[in-house]
Design a protein around this ligand. Sequence first.
Ligand code: PMP
Length: 445
Amino acid sequence: MNHEQSRSLYDRALSVLPGGVNSSVRAIRPYPFFIEKGDGGHVIDADGNKYLDFVMGYGPLLLGHDMPEEVQSAVQQRASEGPMYGAPTEVEVELAEFVARHVPSVEMIRFVNSGTEATVSAVRLARGYTGRDKIVVMESGYHGAQESTLVEGEGSETQPSSPGIPDSFAEHTITVPFNDEEAIHDVFDAHGEEIAAVLTEPILGNYGIVHPVEGYHETLRELTDDHGALLIFDEVITGFRVGGLQCAQGKFGVTPDITTFGKIVGGGFPVGAIGGRADIVKEFTPAGEVFQSGTFSGHPVTMAAGLETLRYAAKNDVYDHVNALGEQLRSGLTDIVADQAPEYTVAGTDSMFKILFTREGPDEMTDHCEAGCRQRASCSRHDHCPKRGADVMDGETERWERLFWPAMKEQGIFLTANQYESQFICDAHTAEDIEQALEAYKEAL
Ligand code: PMP
């Protein structure tokens, strides 16, 4: 493949953008390919190369790159009527009503502009509501570029994971390994009265795909209830992707107090949101005392894109389609992995998927696992799947670069640029696209 244009754009970018990019993950080695435009389930780069796209903007593009007519015209109309006003609009109310109607935990919602802003505000809300400072997060969970959750270390011995964050932020953040019942019990035994909230992704989507073991979310629900702490599900990735319009909380049957959203709820435009029980969300200013504000919040173009995207998904068989393709892909990958790389795992659910360069549990294939074994819809055991982010990181991560660029990208398949981030199927993908991807994986692995 020719990458002349991408290389020269990257050279220019390096002198004016740190690392040549505006978000760290995009700095693909040896150089990023610059995208010219999207086309359904594909993207076309600056040199005219076409790729089957499983990055999908890192999750927001449930419908793919071509917005359906309804979404397109709503977006264009809003943009042509003046993009924003600094005053409320009907479309914000409609999107709020839509989310509240479908997502179990949401009675009220505040829209913001990114997943990061949503989790920052959710943590502030939980602290303000409970009058407590400590938050518990999962090792290898990700909640955006926010001070309180960019931590490393174990338990209460955490430090900021980036220069520029005072130690005092990490002092209030406790980490536990995901899926470890004993660890979370110990933390509540030691700090129960000081904990404002447990914040977790329902499925870890940023450090491999790590599924919850049966009962784990129920344990988090019980412990937070028993100790007067709040449970926050960060559904920035899983929201309106896993579990359809009810989100992952509907799929797992555990209702958090607060949910954070991003990505799909803005239909491909910058968005975040904090939803939850009315008595909690009402603590945000101006209804309550916890300060929250934003020039672009509830941006009419974003709200229109999000609303029409979700309405389209509700009226059409979008989730059936993407989930069936997800199953086709995971099932095919499972066979390829069993044949060619039995030490790896295929993880994912609904329209999320990833190959993890590690495997655990018994050697024998169980026939009831949705993720990593045989993709049976009802399984919650995931015997072979890594249970913690650390397990994924202990895998043969250096193999990723060979799989991603020389093996898959050169065959015209665009995957997320590191081993850890989930990949996504969109409504524009077809069964033929999935077959093409499987052929490429077969060759690559
Ligand atoms: N939470 C989760 C679970 C995420 O995956 C992300 C981003 N991938 C964020 C928060 C941050 O969202 P944003 O990048 O829109 O700030």
